[in-house]
Design a protein around this ligand. Structure first.
Ligand code: AHR
Length: 527
């Protein structure tokens, strides 16, 4: 090729890149929404905004716990910056101590005199047990949250688990209550959520559905809560291990547990069934969390939307045995799982978090909200320094991720009432991937205020939305919007505000809201 042809080609490529990356093009068509405030749906349980803190990598040690003697400002060993950031998220519950670690956790090693043990799962590290039961409960209390404990079914015994719950919850002066008091907490703790094992079909002991069912009935019978766990005297919610992905074998798992529950005798019960689903395209060769292009942006978002089918499939099985929807589906591990950040310990599951993850988080939260009658709990994996984290720390430094900002913007949806929205989402296409261009949910909070969460998946084009809100007398809507320059824009310790929410206002006229959504953005407004 001649030099002049090469130059021409190069300038075309540069112009093409510039146009696609930097110049938002206003879409031709407006997207029309209709918001049906007259037929409200189910309550969007605040527990779908739950977090997960496993003893894994820097998730607990360094991320939460620095010890009372640390130079990093802390309260009883728990870092103050992280507590302040999490308080703003109004975290409804924190799942702990795992994950796979839960089925190797022996609670006695984490109270009183601590035993130094091993955590063989994730990188094979020493477990100092300095962050144990009391430290976890103190942490949950400091951030204004609630405990979701996972008990050890894989390598523990029903007796060990039953004694942990007695230690935590009895108000009566038993030997275990006295031990708890001697360790600094005379009053019983509240444990509103209890997971009976974790991934018992895999790292939790490779059990068949039938074998797990036998464990479930035994643990459910003997592991008791002695302190009403929530306001209104509600008892603790026991959550059985549920399916772990999209393959056909998981329907058998759900069917086995739910069928047994329907025919159960008085002596056992459960109130929830868990579901784990990560957004991964190839487990053997995972996508990078940063330094990727539009193709990987589109592929990951396509993959994450499989959550919809998964929930629909398992909800349908649950409906067969539980048409009254007494059992909650609890998606207690979800989020993106990428290749480990270069230079990190691969077992520590360290990854960056970009605007792609913010969009991914919003799409999943919207799916949970649309299934609010069945999905009444979810825990993103994981809260700090691990997988799709809210927060990343490096010694005294802390940075909030784009996913953090989405969770903060969605706070008003906690315990709100779902309001149906109908719209034609349009499409966004990249190569052989076609996705709905926009996604929207609406809800009313306790004061009757209407909230909208709007996601524009399209990484190039602004989308204009016209929402019909019958009966609305408001003339403005306001809130926040989160976008970024590139599909892989991230926040770093040196540039912590690259992806950060900005205020947005939009006009309403005669019950019609017109709002422009930036490309690759998440927006939450109220009116
Ligand atoms: O979140 C990381 C791991 O993923 C958890 O330990 C396990 O439950 C799942 O496989």
């Amino acid at each position: 090729m001649s030099t002049s042809r090469l130059r021409k080609l190069a300038s075309k490529v540069v112009l093409g890149l510039f146009l696609s990356a930097n110049m938002p093009v206003l879409s031709q068509d407006k997207i029309q929404l209709s918001i049906d405030t007259a037929t409200p749906g189910a309550k969007i349980d605040r527990n779908i905004f739950g977090q997960f803190a496993e003893h894994l990598g820097y998730g607990v040690y360094e991320g939460i716990w620095v010890g009372p003697d640390s130079k990093i400002p802390n309260t009883r060993g728990i870092r103050n910056d992280v507590v302040a950031a999490l308080k703003a998220l109004k975290v409804p519950n924190v799942r702990w101590p795992g994950g796979c670690f839960a089925d190797e956790y022996h609670w006695r090693k984490g109270i009183g005199t601590r035993a130094v043990t091993l955590n063989p799962n994730w990188g094979g590290v020493i477990e100092p047990n300095t962050f144990g039961t009391h430290e976890f409960m103190d942490f949950v209390d400091q951030i204004g949250s609630q405990a979701y404990l996972s008990i050890n079914v894989g390598s523990g015994t029903p007796q060990e688990a039953a004694e942990w719950l007695e230690y935590l919850t009895t108000p009566l002066p038993t030997t275990l209550q006295k031990e708890r008091a001697a360790n600094g907490h005379p009053a019983p703790y509240k444990i509103p959520m209890l997971g009976i094992g974790n991934e018992s079909w895999d790292c939790g002991g490779n059990m068949t559905p039938e074998y797990y069912l036998r464990q479930l009935t035994i643990y459910s019978r003997f592991v008791r809560n002695f302190n009403p766990a929530q306001e209104g005297n509600q008892q603790m919610m026991k959550i059985a291990v549920g399916p772990g992905g999209g393959e056909a074998r998981w329907t058998e798992w759900t069917d086995t547990i739910m069928k047994a529950w329907e025919k159960r005798q008085w002596s056992w019960d459960m109130q929830g069934l868990s579901l784990h689903n990560y957004t991964v395209i190839n487990w053997a060769n995972k996508f990078a969390s940063v330094g990727f292009g539009e193709k990987e942006y589109a592929q990951i978002l396509k993959e994450t939307l499989k959550m919809e089918d998964l929930i629909t499939t398992h909800s349908a099985i649950m409906d067969k045995y539980d048409p009254q929807k007494k059992i909650a589906l609890v998606v207690d591990e979800w989020g993106s799982w990428y290749a480990p950040s270069p230079g990190s310990n691969p077992g520590f599951l360290v990854q960056q978090n970009s605007i792609r993850d913010a969009v991914l988080a919003a799409l999943n939260l919207n799916i949970f909200a649309r299934h609010a009658d069945r999905v009444r709990g979810a825990n993103i994996a994981q809260m700090i320094n691990v997988l799709q984290a809210m927060i990343m720390t490096d010694k005294e430094k802390m940075v909030l991720t784009p996913t953090y900002h989405v969770f903060k913007m969605y706070v008003p949806f906690q315990d709100s009432t779902f309001i149906p929205v109908t719209f034609n989402a349009g499409t966004y296409t990249n190569g052989d991937v076609t996705l709905p261009r926009v996604d929207v949910i609406a809800a009313k909070d306790a004061s009757g205020k209407l909230w909208l969460a709007l996601t524009n998946v399209d990484p190039h084009n602004i989308v204009e939305i016209e929402a019909n809100i019958p009966g609305s007398r408001a003339n403005t809507a306001s809130g926040e919007t989160l976008t970024a320059a590139k599909v892989d824009s991230v926040n770093t310790f040196d540039a912590p505000n690259t992806v950060t929410p900005k205020p947005i206002t939009a006009k309403l006229q005669n019950g019609k809201l017109t709002i422009k959504l930036d490309s690759k953005s998440v927006t939450v407004v109220s009116l």
